[in-house]
Design a protein around this ligand. Structure first.
Ligand code: C2E
Ligand code: MG
Ligand code: MG
Length: 590
């Protein structure tokens, strides 16, 4: 059967490069074949010659020392365009080659069998060369073709390694990339839809692995892919692209019936799957992304599928389509994280603003909260609500908090030379409390700037102090021993009972602004906040209300004996110079 050869030079070069064969060392598995070709065909020289953009590079060579020759004029260059053996009985008799480098070097005879991939790209040839002119019988040509097929098997074999997931035996993401690239070339413009199935949530994986060991994920994927195969038939390969994630690529029909397929998959997988004899319930979600084969690069297809599956998981839906807005946000987060290191090193990108905090009883300024600002060189002002959450997932948490602590504490030192500035509150991250030297480092910075620990307060959000991580408690206790005040920030947004928080050595509760916002109108919030203040006082906390935006809320909170007030009603966050005017009334007389 004749194979069709794709005549697209860029695509061909791409296929060749993807095999990662060019400029690799010689290898016995290929040399064995050239040796055999020379012996069987009685030719002094044989090579496996790969046709790169402007050279023939020899993956294997028998009887010759050259590593490569120029592509122009090389007979191999002709051989890759046909499915048949290309024979030149005498180079000197052939106008195309009589002036060629090979002919000038004394070569007279050439026969090359093309090396063609399954997708139809001519990679190069297995060729035999002689310094005498000769003919090649049909039998000899068959031998060369068979040996060329062996070369291709060897190439494919090498290439399969790294493309098959060893646990599931399924093609992995590298294979998916290659198949998508092929699709783009073979059927440009065709519409496809990728479905990513995430079998269980990351939390379930860690639980399952803890109980059942590695078998958990392995059996889950094995059993589930069987179910997927039954559902989609042979419409797509199933790619295994993560511990418990797989991808299928289907045609995207005009009626979007893939949506029904996605629901069907989700339903079938939702029933429990046996795993090590135990029925394990899986909690699958499906992310879908419809695309045009030649418009999106394969890596973006996979990334968008991840985003869609993630969206499905976090939004509590079972199926979600790729959402460009979410993707832009992810991409922006990624960009911010990539730029973070330089921003930390350069001066002037990060700065702190200060929001005054007022004492209800005296109506006077009690201190301020330091809030981080980032002036990104090209994105402009970026607020912490956008960049802090992704940072907290990375190792930047440590240097960023270090920067904030240094900036805030050195500022306090500067202010304290002239005036009493009250307590300056600094936000730190949950992850910082897992650092075993966190309290020591805070102590070190305070000492460096000769600032007494009682001048500062560290804020941690409610969620961050939760859990029974002994390291977290140890750091909190060490901070308290040091004499630093500790506040539980955004209180009320987590799920902890106040009594439970008692084990945490905190002095201050900051009621989240979500409860303050509707205070004047919501009777429910009024009851809640009033009870909260009473209980917190009983337990010995000072209470700060954040996000006070108007007189009504301020008055209610004052009436309920809330201790401190923070919010736009009093003052928003401001620069060092502006906040200094607030500090002025308490200026230390010198
Ligand atoms: P947070 O610690 O609860 O800080 C209070 C946030 O509420 C600030 O937002 C502040 O500008 C805003 N705010 C103050 N008064 C009002 C008001 O009356 N109404 C409304 N709607 N908002 C008000 P910001 O500066 O954007 O910071 C957001 C969050 O980012 C902070 O919440 C904190 O969790 C985090 N953050 C800020 N700076 C840092 C930092 O240096 N390190 C860390 N780890 N997190 C920080
Ligand atoms: Mg705060
Ligand atoms: Mg807060």
């Amino acid at each position: 059967m004749k194979r069709e050869i794709i005549e697209n030079e860029e695509a061909r070069l791409n296929a060749l490069r993807n095999l990662r064969l060019l400029d690799t060392p010689l290898s016995e598995s290929f040399d064995r074949i050239t040796r055999m070709a020379s012996r069987l065909l009685g030719a002094p020289v044989s090579t496996i010659s790969l046709t790169d953009r402007d050279r023939q590079w020899f993956k294997s060579r028998f009887g010759v020392d050259l590593a490569e020759i120029p592509r122009a004029e090389a007979p191999c260059n002709y051989a890759i365009h046909s499915d048949e053996v290309f024979v030149v009985s005498d180079l000197l008799e052939d106008a195309r080659f009589k002036e060629s480098v090979l002919a000038r070097a004394g070569i007279r005879f050439y026969a090359g069998a093309p090396l063609i991939t399954r997708s139809g790209y001519g990679l190069g040839t297995l060729c035999v060369i002689d310094d005498k002119p000769r003919r090649m019988s049909e039998d000899e040509q068959h031998v060369l073709v068979d040996l060329a097929a062996m070369v291709m098997t060897q190439i494919e074999l090498q290439n399969t390694i790294g493309r098959i997931d060893p646990t599931s035996g399924l093609p992995n993401e590298h294979q998916l990339f290659e198949d998508l690239e092929d699709l783009a070339k073979r059927s440009p413009g065709e519409r496809k839809v990728g479905l990513m199935v995430e079998l269980v949530s990351p939390r379930q994986i860690s639980l399952g692995m803890r109980v059942l060991g590695a078998t958990y994920a392995e059996e889950l994927i094995r059993n589930s892919t069987e179910i997927i195969r039954l559902a989609i038939g042979d419409r797509s390969r199933i790619y295994h692209v993560g511990l418990t994630r797989c991808v299928v690529v289907l045609d995207d029909p005009a009626d979007r019936s893939w949506d029904a397929i996605a629901h069907d998959l989700q339903r079938r997988l939702h029933d429990s799957t046996p795993c090590a004899g135990i029925p394990v319930s899986s909690d699958p979600v499906v992310g879908a992304y419809a695309f045009q084969t030649d418009k999106v690069c394969p890596r973006d297809v996979l990334r968008r599928l991840f985003n869609a599956a993630d969206d499905a998981r976090t939004s509590g839906r079972v199926i979600a389509s790729y959402n460009e807005t979410h993707d832009r946000a992810h991409t922006r987060s990624f960009r911010l994280l990539s730029d973070m290191r330089e921003a930390l090193e350069r001066r002037g990108e990060f700065s702190l603003v200060y929001q005054p905090v007022m004492d209800f009883a005296s109506g006077r300024y009690a201190g301020a909260e330091a809030l981080l600002r980032w002036k990104h060189p090209s994105l402009g002002e970026v607020l912490p609500a956008e960049f802090i959450p992704p940072v907290e997932e990375t190792a930047f948490t440590r240097p960023l908090t270090e920067w904030v602590l240094n900036a805030a504490i050195s500022q306090v030192a500067e202010w304290q030379r002239f005036r009493d500035v009250g307590k300056i509150s600094i936000n730190a991250s949950a992850r910082n409390l897992e650092e075993t030297d966190f309290a020591d480092r805070v102590a070190g910075i305070l000492e460096k700037y000769a600032v007494p620990p009682r001048s500062i307060q560290l804020e941690f959000t409610e969620n961050s102090v939760l859990g029974d991580n002994p390291r977290v408690l140890e750091q909190l206790r060490a901070l308290k021993r040091l004499g630093v005040s500790i506040a539980i920030d955004d209180f009320g947004t987590g799920y902890s009972a106040l009594s439970y928080l008692q084990q945490f050595p905190a002095n201050v509760l900051k009621i989240d602004r979500a409860f303050i916002k509707a205070l004047p109108t919501s009777e429910h919030d009024q009851k809640l906040v009033r009870a909260l203040i009473h209980m917190a006082h009983d337990l010995g906390y000072r209470v700060v209300a954040e996000g006070i935006e108007g007189r009504a809320a301020y008055d209610l909170l004052a009436q309920w004996k809330c201790d401190e007030a923070q919010g736009f009603y009093i003052a928003g966050p401001m620069s060092v110079e502006r906040v200094e005017k607030w500090l002025a009334p308490t200026m230390v007389e010198s």
